[in-house]
Design a protein. Structure first.
Length: 260
């Protein structure tokens, strides 16, 4: 018998740019609280630094704000743009939020969008490589003993000069989930290497909402090939598929919106 369909909730979210900011944040919060009450399994939250239509600037801060209001749902960052963060900062914030939500956190990661890259002066860098390096550094911070001696092409993390074990200085907080929250990548292209790499490393992923069925099929096949290469079970249930859903009071209203 196949596993039943598990429903999740993914918001970027999108609002008319001229609406009051406090109102749209309140609506976004209410939507996730409702999803929790309706039995949705997951809620992924997007983030953008400079976008007046997609207004959540920190997925982790927003999730932390929901921790006490949503006792059941698992939260996901959709995505945490690691190229915008130093890995030590991202590791510390993810670890704290994982404790705040009692281990109900999926770490969705990606390079982020062009507007965010420009505003922080990072438009010309290889943000895919930066994201991979940042994630590798975060995993090492969560698993290695201090003082940390982690250096790469883009980042350097050390507490050699400040370490004082007796008082905890220079020692990173680790997530509640060990060795870390489940990691998920997002994927758009049918021939991208992300799904294969995710499968091979025991991670999960999400097919973007605006890709066709043939892209989803290719991504899942690549994901399963990656899992097979690592000797893991060939189980597609770890791969998520995002789809836009329009909800109206009745079918006539819905068709009027979609046809107009």
């Amino acid at each position: 018998m196949q596993n039943p369909l598990k429903l999740g909730f993914f918001i970027q979210p999108v609002h008319p740019p001229l609406r009051p900011y406090a109102d749209v944040l309140r609506e976004d919060r209410e939507a996730v609280v409702l999803a929790d009450r309706l039995g949705y399994r997951e809620a992924f939250i997007g983030e953008h630094l400079v976008d007046s239509a997609e207004t959540i600037t920190s997925s982790l801060a927003f999730i932390a704000h929901l921790a006490d209001a949503c006792p059941s749902i698992t939260f996901g960052t959709g995505v945490l743009p690691l190229a915008n963060y130093h890995p030590a900062m991202a590791a510390a914030q993810v670890a704290m939020v994982d404790h705040l939500v009692n281990g109900r956190l999926v770490l969705g990661v990606g390079p982020g969008v062009r507007g965010d890259a420009e505003v922080i002066g990072d438009l010309g860098s290889d943000r895919n490589r930066k994201t991979q390096e940042a994630l590798d550094h975060m995993c090492r911070i969560w698993s290695e003993e201090p003082p940390y001696r982690i250096a790469g092409e883009f980042y350097r993390t050390t507490t050699e000069r400040s370490l004082d074990r007796q008082i905890g200085l220079g020692v990173a907080v680790r997530p509640l989930q060990r060795p870390h929250p489940p990691i998920a990548i997002t994927s758009i292209r049918p021939d991208g290497q992300g799904p294969y790499a995710a499968g091979a490393r025991g991670w999960t992923g999400i097919s973007a909402t605006y890709v066709g069925a043939y892209v989803v099929r290719a991504q899942i096949q690549s994901y399963l090939e990656g899992r097979r290469s690592a000797g893991l079970s060939v189980d597609p249930s770890g791969w998520r598929v995002a789809r836009s859903v329009f909800v109206a009071d009745d079918e006539i209203t819905a068709r009027r919106y979609t046809d107009g």
